[in-house]
Design a protein around this ligand. Structure first.
Ligand code: HEC
Ligand code: HEC
Length: 473
């Protein structure tokens, strides 16, 4: 049974790789997470210790009738972009502002559940978490493109001691609301720790919204721990980074590659990247990375260079760096997918392999007039579940229709397996599991049906046996 999970979306701008001049942040116009501490008339640069800091929003479940499948959530901002002034001379002149984009947000992992006792009723897998995040956050924020949000603390009663207070203004969906934060601020050597909690009134921002909102309380607990330490500004990520952008495409100049083409590479990349880098990117991602041309389009961060080059850089950053792709808040890319992707980038993102992969034992042929299994009785139902919702007449021209027998007799377009019919090409695409393109990328594609393995077995047998349309009389 599908478990319904409900989340509130608040994310923080990715930040936290020290700006040592080596990361891609170094030369890109990124936002900065930085602060100062003033004491005895002196001012020194401080920054947040990302690893030790925490920003969590707890969304409690409402125990109303019909809400048993829901549960509370602790939503963690995996990374925080912070600007602050901590003024020991004049505490009232202190301020803290978190610039927030939804990209760094993650629903509770099981350790976080253990930390907040309300949320320990259900264990979530990483793919549940990705699905929840991708699917539900935009609903709560009513904004698929995840605008920047802010939390700003002012009227700070003190910066040293316990039982301190501040007023926090939350700007979410272009609406402000204010709540009181109670916090303690302590010092250990040069390190300052601020730990506090407040209650955000979600209803001021139209949250919870949508499906199941009667099962979610609108009083969200905001729990934060900010660990500040001396240091220069840390480069961050600002999804709204680019002001002027005239995309350029970089056509592939080579002929073909012996080892890897787009069909293979996209098998590894779609499931790891396209969950955010959709045709209309979500979760703060700035560009689509779905079609071949997407990879050969100008990068925002490295303008004048194609995206696959930037991708190669970002995927090889240390995982703790803010710009590591896929972001550390998602399931990590597995080693085989990573090496395939890097090989493809290294070869210059070729569109195709020179020689198609020959599936042993399969020789393309004209369809048999009749046989078993056959299209009408056995195959049509399988195609309608697994293929036709993408491959339909009148759909995307790159996704040729496979919704009638005749449609699949047309030539496949891709040089990888030309010249064969679409049905024959399907054998290759099914065998290498690039079709249907099910992956682990959360909501990008629906989960395969339970019958998937037997379905593809049947399809393969049908095509290898000469893909007859009808049963023999
Ligand atoms: C959880 C969502 C998410 C996933 C999954 C994800 N990205 Fe990103 N990606 C982002 C965000 C957010 C940004 C914007 C960061 C910035 O540049 O400010 C981004 C930016 C990028 C950029 C820079 C774009 C430019 O124009 O320069 C590249 C390249 C990139 N991602 C590649 C990838 C690749 C490759 C994968 C899969 C291996 C991937 N991403 C997976 C969220 C994601
Ligand atoms: C979620 C959408 C989706 C589903 C489901 C899907 N496909 Fe595709 N298919 C695509 C896209 C997008 C392309 C074009 C990009 C590519 O070639 O990878 C494509 C391309 C193809 C091609 C190559 C077309 C050509 O002109 O060369 C074949 C063959 C194919 N699909 C077969 C299948 C079969 C068979 C199934 C079901 C078992 C299936 N696909 C399910 C999205 C889908």
């Amino acid at each position: 049974m599908r478990r319904f999970s409900v989340v509130l979306a608040i994310g923080l701008v990715l930040s936290g790789c020290p700006d040592d001049g080596t990361g891609p942040g170094a030369d890109a116009g990124v936002s900065e997470s930085a602060g100062v501490v003033r004491e005895g008339g002196e001012e020194s640069a401080y920054r947040m210790n990302v690893a030790d800091s925490q920003f969590v929003i707890i969304v409690p479940k409402e125990n109303a009738t019909g809400c048993t499948v829901f549960h509370s959530h602790a939503i963690e901002a995996t990374t925080i972009g912070l600007e602050f002034v901590v003024d020991y001379d004049d505490p009232g002149a202190s301020s803290i502002t978190a610039n927030i984009a939804a990209a760094g947000l993650m629903p509770d992992d099981n350790a976080l559940r253990a930390q907040f006792e309300e949320t320990n009723d259900v264990d979530l897998s990483d793919s549940d978490r990705s699905t929840i995040r991708a699917g539900m956050l935009s609903e709560q924020l009513d904004a698929p493109d995840f605008p920047t949000l802010t939390f700003s603390a002012a009227n700070i009663s003190g910066v040293d001691g316990t039982g301190l207070t501040a007023d926090v203004t939350a700007t979410i969906k272009d609406t402000d609301s204010t709540f009181g934060l109670s916090f303690d601020a302590t010092r250990d050597g040069d390190t300052i720790t601020i730990e506090g909690e407040g209650t955000l009134d979600g209803s001021a921002h139209g949250m919870p919204a949508g499906f199941g909102s009667n099962c979610i309380q609108s009083d969200f607990r905001v729990v934060l721990k900010l660990v500040l330490e001396p240091g220069e500004q840390a480069a961050g990520v600002d999804a709204g980074v680019v002001e002027e952008y005239v995309p350029e495409t970089f056509p592939y100049e080579g002929a073909c590659d012996d080892d890897v083409g787009f069909p293979e590479a996209s098998q590894a990349l779609l499931k790891n990247c396209a969950g955010c880098h959709k045709d209309t990117p979500i979760l703060g991602a700035t560009v689509p990375l779905v079609d071949y041309d997407d990879w050969r389009t100008d990068s925002l961060r490295n303008q004048g260079r194609p995206l696959y080059e930037t991708a190669a850089e970002l995927m090889q950053l240390h995982v703790a760096e803010a710009l590591h792709m896929p972001p550390s808040s998602t399931s990590p890319i597995d080693a085989d997918d990573l090496s395939l992707a890097l090989l493809w980038f290294e070869r210059g993102a070729p569109d195709a392999k020179c020689e198609p992969d020959i599936i042993e034992g399969f020789i393309p042929r004209d369809p048999l007039p009749c046989g078993s299994p056959n299209y009408n009785d056995d195959i049509k139902p399988i195609l309608s579940v697994n293929c036709e919702y993408c491959h339909y007449t009148g759909g995307n021209p790159d996704v040729p229709p496979l919704d009638s027998y005749a449609a699949g007799l047309l030539d496949a377009s891709h040089p990888f397996y030309q010249p064969v019919s679409l049905w024959e090409a399907s054998v290759h695409r099914i065998a290498d599991r690039t079709m249907p393109p099910y992956g682990s990328a959360g909501d990008y594609y629906p989960a395969p049906p339970a019958t998937f393995e037997s379905d593809v077995q049947m399809l393969t047998t049908w095509i290898e046996n000469g893909y007859p349309e009808e049963a023999c009389p």
